[in-house]
Design a protein around this ligand. Structure first.
Ligand code: DAT
Ligand code: MG
Length: 203
């Protein structure tokens, strides 16, 4: 019976987290560790911290990918893997936004041609959410240079040259956070419950 209560309570809090994290935090802070599963004292992730399925990353289909009608296939790979789409838009990107996005590359000799290529047509930019999504997305996207990218990765399957490598994915948690804030306004990102969430990840 206690186990059932814990389970129901945990589910309620998780649901609340997806809608109102602040309310959920203040709610759980008033409950004893035992009711939350007894995990706090053992040093495991407690229910008062958001579950890591909320990790998010930025993925963009670059102008060459859009021109070659690869948007659908790229989205399909992330859906198929089990990640959740929480933001999506198509835009003609400005040089100003790009220079912030690629601020670390400004001194590189290829930077001017990178800017020219990235502003040559529309891009489709999206935010994906899920367990370990930053690192897994990088693996799915493949090596920066398609010549070295493994078959089965997006770049390994759809591209041959570093200057036209089809897709972007954030390279770290900090990078993802910075890039998501750069490309999206808060209200453009949706927190929603995906019906298969418990089938793709233990929450
Ligand atoms: P990644 O996109 O894998 O994170 P990056 O951040 O080092 O790689 O570089 C950003 C983009 O710049 C990359 O996707 C393609 C372009 N680029 C990188 N190295 C290049 C090179 N040597 N010549 C031309 N373009 C390059
Ligand atoms: Mg990069």
């Amino acid at each position: 019976m206690i186990l059932l209560q814990r389970c129901l309570f945990k589910r309620t809090i998780q649901h609340l987290y997806s809608r109102s994290p602040d309310t959920a935090k203040s709610l759980v802070s008033g409950f004893p560790a035992a009711l939350l599963g007894g995990r706090r004292a053992a040093g495991h992730r407690s229910i008062s911290t958001p579950p890591d399925v909320r990790e998010r990353t930025l993925v963009a289909v670059k102008p060459d990918g859009v021109q070659r009608r690869l948007v659908g296939q790229i989205i399909q790979r992330f859906e198929q893997r089990g990640f959740k789409l929480v933001g999506l838009k198509m835009l003609q990107v400005s040089e100003d936004l790009l220079s912030q996005h690629y601020c670390e590359l400004r001194a590189k000799p290829f930077y001017p041609s990178l800017l020219h290529y990235m502003t040559s047509g529309p891009v489709v930019v999206m935010v994906w959410e899920g367990h370990n999504v930053v690192q897994t997305s990088r693996t799915m996207v493949g090596h920066t240079n398609p010549a070295e990218a493994q078959a089965g990765t997006v770049r390994g399957d759809f591209s041959i040259h570093v200057s036209r490598n089809v897709v972007h994915a954030s390279d770290s948690l900090e990078g993802a956070q910075r890039e998501i804030q750069l490309w999206f306004r808060g209200k453009e990102l949706l927190s929603w419950d995906c019906c298969d969430q418990t089938s793709t990840c233990e929450v």
